[in-house]
Design a binder for this molecule. Structure first.
Ligand code: ZN
Ligand code: FE
Length: 256
C-alpha cells in the first residue's frame, strides 16, 4: 500500500512531515522541529507515532523530540551514525544504504554531508519519496556549514541520480527567496520563469510550495545545474568544473 503523507508548518518556516503506512498503522515523524505542531498533526490525522527519523543535529529539526516523546514514549528515534555524539539518546543510528522500516514502508538512508557532516536523507524507494532535510530545497540547497561546498555538491549529485518522478519534501519553505536568486543566475530559463510565477501566487495565498519533484528541480534549480552552459556563461565560468561553479553559486546565494 502506498504511503500517506501529511505536511504542515512548524516554527517560522520549517516543514513537519508525517509518513503513514496504512497497512500497519505505523507513522514516522520526519524530524521533529517543534512538539506542538507535530502532536497537533498526529491528533488531526488520528495516526499513532511509531518512529522519529532525524536528518541532522540542528535544533530546528530535533528540538521537538522531547515533547513528542513525552506523549509517545515508545516511538523509536533513528538518527545518523555520524551524529551519534551530537544526537545522544537515539534508539538506532544509521549509515549509508541502511534500510529503515516504518511498518511495511522501507526508507533507504543516503548520507549527504555538506550542510552538516552527519546529514542524512531518507529515500522511500517504493514510493519514490525523498525526505531531504536541509540538503536540498526547492530551487535551492542548504548552506555548507560544516564542509566545503564541493562536498555538498557531491551529495546533491547523489540525489540528482534518483528517479525523475521522486517527490521531494524539504526542511524549509525557502522557495520564494530561492526563486528570486535562481532567476539572477539563470534568467533565460523558461521553466524557471514559469515556476517563479506559480511560486509567487502560492506564497501570496500562504500555501506551501512543497513537495517538489526531482524532474522539476533538475530543470530549474541552479544548485543541481552547475554544469549547465547558460548558468556557467552567466557567471563567466564557461567550461569550469561544476564543483567550482556550484561553490560560486553557493557563495553568491550566501551574499544575496
Ligand atoms: Zn539545518
Ligand atoms: Fe533547518
Amino acid at each position: 500500500m502506498p504511503a500517506q503523507i501529511h505536511q504542515f508548518m512548524c516554527l517560522q518556516d520549517n516543514f513537519g512531515v508525517l509518513i503513514h503506512d496504512p497497512a500497519t498503522g505505523a507513522t514516522a515523524s520526519m524530524d521533529a522541529p517543534e512538539a506542538g505542531p507535530v502532536l497537533a498533526a498526529l491528533a488531526e490525522t488520528g495516526w499513532t507515532l511509531t518512529d522519529i527519523l532525524v536528518t541532522h543535529h540542528h535544533n530546528d529539526h530535533i528540538g521537538g523530540i522531547p515533547g513528542v516523546r513525552e506523549k509517545f514514549p515508545s516511538a523509536r528515534i533513528v538518527a545518523p551514525e555520524k551524529d551519534r555524539a551530537r544526537i545522544p539518546g537515539a534508539d538506532t543510528y544509521v549509515s549509508e544504504n541502511e534500510n529503515i522500516k516504518v511498518g511495511n514502508l522501507t526508507a533507504r538512508v543516503i548520507e549527504t554531508p555538506g550542510h552538516t557532516t552527519g546529514h542524512i536523507v531518507y529515500f522511500f524507494e517504493e514510493d519514490h519519496l525523498l525526505v531531504a532535510g536541509d540538503t536540498l530545497f526547492a530551487l535551492g540547497c542548504g548552506r555548507a556549514f560544516e564542509a566545503p561546498p564541493a562536498v555538498l555538491h557531491a551529495s546533491l549529485q547523489k540525489l540528482a541520480a534518483l528517479p525523475l518522478d521522486t517527490k521531494i519534501y524539504c526542511g524549509h519553505e525557502y522557495t520564494l527567496s530561492n526563486a528570486k536568486f535562481s532567476l539572477t543566475v539563470d534568467p533565460a530559463n523558461e521553466a524557471l520563469r514559469e515556476r517563479f510565477a506559480e511560486i509567487e501566487s502560492l506564497r501570496a495565498a500562504n500555501l506551501p510550495t512543497l513537495p517538489t519533484t526531482l524532474a522539476l528541480e533538475l530543470k530549474t534549480n541552479p544548485f543541481l545545474r552547475a554544469s549547465d552552459s547558460a548558468i556557467q556563461k552567466q557567471l563567466a565560468m564557461s567550461g569550469a568544473d561544476p564543483a567550482a561553479v556550484f561553490t560560486e553559486l553557493r557563495e553568491l546565494k550566501n551574499k544575496a
